[in-house]
Design a protein around this ligand. Structure first.
Ligand SMILES: [Mg+2]
Length: 147
């Protein structure tokens, strides 16, 4: 199964999420990363800031890179909060587009705004679930998808 994780608020919660990622890897699932920042930045952050070995991830997807490729007319800027596009409404749809394009079966993210379109029934909101329960929620979701 293709399972994707957000960085900020999910993979950034290294101590709690690493055991979950490791168990999913051991069970043979492919783990992907989806974040806002361009892929080269997210790889650096995962490695340098959070201590991940990049080889555990099958692929990396970026909201900004996706917007650049699919909507060249959009004015992308960086401000003190980070990467920014002029439309919040557009921003929140992009992870669903990325997941649909790449056959992601499940996204674990802390921002519920991304739960729309293709992701409507393929989404686990990380910060609504107790840390100890997150793996169980993922396993149940996988069972549902396999059904
Ligand atoms: Mg986040």
């Amino acid at each position: 199964m293709n399972i994707a994780f957000d960085i900020h608020g999910v993979l950034s919660d290294v101590q709690n999420i690493i055991p979950v990622v490791n168990e999913l890897l051991a069970a043979g699932h492919d783990i992907y990363v989806i974040s806002g920042t361009p892929v080269d930045e997210m790889k650096e952050e995962l490695e340098q800031k959070y201590g991940y070995s990049l080889s555990i991830f099958k692929d990396f997807f970026s909201v900004i890179d996706h917007v650049r490729r699919t909507r060249p007319e959009v004015d992308i800027t960086v401000n003190s909060y980070g990467w920014w596009i002029p439309s919040d409404e557009m921003w929140w749809t992009i992870k669903a587009e990325i997941c649909e394009e790449n056959n992601i079966d499940l996204l674990i993210d802390d921002s519920i705004e991304y739960m729309q379109g293709y992701l409507e029934d393929k989404f686990i909101c990380y910060n609504l679930i107790e840390n100890n329960d997150i793996l169980d929620f993922i396993k149940i979701a996988i069972e549902e998808i396999n059904r």
